[in-house]
Design a protein around this ligand. Structure first.
Ligand SMILES: [Fe+2]
Ligand SMILES: [Fe+2]
Length: 187
């Protein structure tokens, strides 16, 4: 396969992922409250917004690669909302919503679920994804394949962000993809 063909294939796949995000998550991505996630840092220099898009993208790819036959709508919406806790977890302060600053990892799934249930109609699978995505911290394991895949995608993306290898690249407005000189998609 030539470099040009490889780039075209990567771009087509990327556009397909963007279309899937649009198809299932447009109302979430366009909501005022969700927009706030652009103002909070998740890991490194990644915002919560970029992290959630990244996790949704990864979850779509894992589902397709494994032929896991997930409900794609639940998978995408659960991934987009899995960290919808709406506060800066680096800042210690109950008044800012960070009720358990030292235990953010344990408590933010329930805060995200509370916020998401308030702002959107959630299916049982979407609820399970949000609630269990920090497993094994959240003792009770995921109950559906969609939640397992988002849990896996979240751990992968978080690790890549923490070591600085993962940067914001899923863009809804402009479908830009980073391609290196070897024709490989880069982070
Ligand atoms: Fe999380
Ligand atoms: Fe996350």
């Amino acid at each position: 396969m030539t470099r040009e063909e490889k780039i075209r294939l990567i771009k087509e796949r990327h556009e397909h992922v963007i279309d899937t995000l649009h198809k299932h998550g447009q109302d979430i991505l366009k909501s005022t409250n969700y927009y706030k996630t652009r103002g909070f840092i998740q890991h490194g220099d990644m915002t919560v917004y970029d992290h959630c898009l990244s996790v949704a993208e990864r979850a779509i790819k894992i589902n397709r690669a494994l032929h896991a036959k997930c409900q794609e709508r639940d998978l995408v919406r659960g991934a987009l909302l899995h960290d919808y806790f709406l506060y800066d977890w680096h800042i210690d302060g109950k008044d800012k919503g960070n009720v358990h600053p030292k235990l953010h990892g344990f408590f933010h799934p329930s805060t995200a679920l509370k916020n998401a249930s308030r702002d959107f109609n959630l299916s049982p699978r979407e609820k399970d994804i949000i609630k269990k995505h920090m497993w094994p911290l959240t003792v009770i394991p995921p109950m559906c394949r969609e939640a397992w895949i988002v849990t896996l995608a979240d751990k992968y993306c978080s690790a890549m962000e923490a070591i600085g290898l993962h940067r914001a690249r899923v863009r809804i407005k402009n479908n830009d993809v980073n391609i290196n000189e070897k024709g490989e998609q880069t982070f």
